[in-house]
Design a protein around this ligand. Structure first.
Ligand SMILES: [Fe+2]
Length: 304
């Protein structure tokens, strides 16, 4: 099998909507990089209506990651916004926020060593129907540090050599809880290293789901590379040892800097991203500081 050769194909990589953003009536939009992401200003998230949600979904399809600034978003308002995007599901690996079963409060404290999401991943790809959207809201954050990077997996797929793409078509990759929260984990799932305790319930300990390596987005119809270093275990029918070289090469390819944008958080920043066509990475560079985020996730469809 041909391996991805990043140096051959990233010249002049760009995601067209970043350079040709659409016109919106409900807000202003500024792209964050040549690859993906946009900052939204002027959206009245306290008065959600159909035209606003329609434009948000269009902007998500075009830009994959949307950052809203300076909000004062209550837990109720965050849940309401998430519900406009679909069925909001609880995250089973941590206690929900008190009084809000649909929200998880991710708290990092001064003594924490590791952080939440400190590897390139897409949320809960171990699920049979992984979440399509994540809505992460910043309550408090350090004055510097704790950014989140995102990577466009349409670009990751598009820039693979054609011969490799042909071999990957039809190949399925198993995403395993054991890898995400087991020995391979960089500590993101350990209650010993984060202020918010995280534990895997017994029924999830062996949870694993096989998904296509090339995933078709149900809205855009485009193919995205669906491989991540956080949860991807082995190709269906291959051992983990046989899978490792190609799996890791594809995961590294998906995180090439030219495919990324980086969001700096502030109190009141909300970011919505599409897990079906992006990876994200939470930067762990704020040791000794406090950081509190609230997360809601919206159920997706079975990848195909
Ligand atoms: Fe995540």
């Amino acid at each position: 099998m041909v391996h991805p050769r990043a140096h051959d194909m990233i010249a002049a990589v760009r995601h067209t909507p970043q350079f040709q953003p659409g016109r919106y009536r409900c807000f202003d939009l500024r792209p964050l990089s040549g690859a993906l992401g946009a900052e939204i200003t002027g959206a009245a998230l306290d008065r959600i209506d159909e035209p606003l949600m329609s434009e948000i979904e269009t902007a998500l399809a075009d830009h994959l990651v949307l950052a809203f600034r300076g909000l004062d978003l209550s837990p109720e308002a965050q849940i309401a916004l998430a519900r406009h995007l679909g069925h909001v599901i609880p995250w089973p690996y941590a206690k929900p926020m008190a009084g809000y079963p649909e929200l998880t409060e991710l708290v990092s404290g001064p003594a924490d060593i590791n952080n939440f999401g400190g590897s390139w991943h897409t949320d809960s790809s171990t699920f049979g129907t992984p979440p399509k959207y994540t809505l992460l809201y910043c309550v408090t954050c350090p004055p510097v540090g704790g950014d989140t990077s995102f990577a466009n997996q349409y670009l990751a797929w598009d820039t693979l050599p054609e011969t490799l793409k042909a071999e990957l078509e039809g190949l399925r990759l198993v995403h395993s809880t054991k890898r995400g929260f087991g020995d391979h984990s960089r500590g993101t799932g350990s209650s010993a290293v984060t202020t918010t305790p995280v534990s895997v319930p017994p029924q999830h300990e062996k949870l694993a789901s096989a998904h296509p390596v090339a995933r078709t987005h149900p809205v855009t119809g485009k193919k995205a590379l669906y491989v991540n270093s956080g949860f991807s275990s082995h190709f269906e029918g291959w051992s983990e040892a046989e899978s490792e070289p190609l799996r890791d090469a594809l995961a590294a390819h998906g995180a090439i800097p030219e495919f990324t944008c980086r969001v700096t958080w502030g109190p009141g920043t909300l970011v919505i991203w599409d897990n079906r066509c992006t990876l994200h990475y939470a930067h762990n560079d704020y040791r000794g500081q406090n950081r509190t985020m609230r997360r809601a996730v919206v159920e997706g469809e079975r990848p195909y």
